[in-house]
Ligand binder design. Sequence first.
Ligand SMILES: *[C@@H]1O[C@H](CO)[C@@H](O)[C@H](O)[C@H]1NC(C)=O
Ligand SMILES: *[C@@H]1O[C@H](CO)[C@@H](O)[C@H](O)[C@H]1NC(C)=O
Ligand SMILES: *[C@@H]1O[C@H](CO)[C@@H](O)[C@H](O)[C@H]1NC(C)=O
Ligand SMILES: *[C@@H]1O[C@H](CO)[C@@H](O)[C@H](O)[C@H]1NC(C)=O
Ligand SMILES: *[C@@H]1O[C@H](CO)[C@@H](O)[C@H](O)[C@H]1NC(C)=O
Length: 430
Amino acid sequence: MTLQMPLVAAISLTLLLTSMSRQCTAQEFIWGTATSSYQIEGAWDVDGKGMSIWDEFVRRNGTTIKDNSTGDIACRSYEKYKEDVQLLKQLGVNGYRFSISWPRVLPNGTLAGGINEKGIQYYVNLVDELLANGIQPMATLYHWDLPLTLQNEFEGWESEQIIPHFVDYAKLMFEKLGDKVKWWITFNEPWVFNVVGNGEGRHAPGKKELKTTLYIVGHNLLRAHAKAYRIYEKDFKPRRAKLASRSMAPTSCRRTRPANWTRKPLRDGVHVWLVLRPGVLRRLPEEMKTRIGNKSAAAGLPKSRLPEFTADEKAELKGSSDFFGLNYYTSSIAEHKILSNDGGYYDDQDLVSSLDPSWPGSGSIWLKVTPFGIREGIKWLSERYDNPPLWSRRTEFLTMTGPPVTNTGLTSTESTSATLRRPRTSSSAT
Ligand SMILES: *[C@@H]1O[C@H](CO)[C@@H](O)[C@H](O)[C@H]1NC(C)=O
Ligand SMILES: *[C@@H]1O[C@H](CO)[C@@H](O)[C@H](O)[C@H]1NC(C)=O
Ligand SMILES: *[C@@H]1O[C@H](CO)[C@@H](O)[C@H](O)[C@H]1NC(C)=O
Ligand SMILES: *[C@@H]1O[C@H](CO)[C@@H](O)[C@H](O)[C@H]1NC(C)=O
Ligand SMILES: *[C@@H]1O[C@H](CO)[C@@H](O)[C@H](O)[C@H]1NC(C)=O
């Protein structure tokens, strides 16, 4: 069975802003589509590809995916990439965001396990094909398909052992594609694979532990992001200054409060707390530290469930992105309420969220059509992170249309995506 993925629903755009007043010309937009490797490539076991955690997850004996479908075949983009590029061309787009399957290029996740040259060649061919057709490639290093070996060996992102392996992988891809790909993203939607994968168990690796694991995972992925960024900055940006003028950022930040919005980013949780803030300001927000620290103490724990960054890690993290990619889907209403001390991630935020029944619906229960949230979200971000480097390059929005594929969260649609970019004049990235 194949996944039916309405990829054509995906449209993205980039616009270059010359000022806060959002002036732009048609030429400065990049319209594109976005996909992920597991979602479209298929060819799950050919040409030396290793297994990913998703390849394993969907095989768990009829318990994880409602109709037992898998991404084994998917859209067959591994074999039909040229056709897909022609489809992009017919759509009239000039940008395409895709992700690289880590186990396709490093089958056991590590350099020691060997590079799969056929896997590398696939991405080189794809990028060449895109460029030959006037479509700008944007590469995401991690769109959730972790090499299974790393999960089995040390629980993947739960262990800091993953950091050097991620850095090796990132460096390898910068070396192979860095002269052609100008836009890199380290992690696509870290909130989703972390909270849904480690906390709720609906995504691979299917863990259900909301109290501590997801904070450790968030901690490790930020450390990995910072290290990968520094390598890019040191070894790749100067040499290829013309091309590699920007680098990577975690994407996310998707729910905003529409009315009487307080400044507290509670519902954004790991989005903002664990991803955005440290990448910009070198530290976790105080309110997050005190709240989780207080709750941990009240629950009788010897120390906070939230890990702390070392001074070196903070320094490495600060300003570790050249642009911030914002995927926007929908909004919810957040209301402050004191919740339990040992309930975990959701209770740590001390809020309850709800949806306004008057908002138009979509194929997903959680996805209401709330275009106002884009504006409010950007306004809030720019106020909260006053003059942040994250605004100096790029912002990306996503909204979503079309039905979900499964009840267990095989993410099926990445849809309308808009990318906003400011000129490189205003603020410095480091
Ligand atoms: C799947 O699980 C069911 C119920 O636990 C069991 O009877 C069956 O043998 C399992 N099938 C496979 C292929 O493991
Ligand atoms: C999925 O697989 C399980 C276990 O093998 C089986 O019981 C179930 O009928 C399958 N569901 C569908 C929709 O094929
Ligand atoms: C990957 O393969 C190498 C070489 O065989 C081996 O040394 C290493 O332990 C393997 N790593 C994992 C995580 O399986
Ligand atoms: C926000 O709006 C809700 C619903 O209108 C209201 O009950 C609440 O008091 C408001 N909160 C603030 C802080 O204004
Ligand atoms: C944490 O506890 C301290 C001391 O009781 C209190 O002053 C502070 O307001 C609490 N912070 C949060 C975010 O709950």
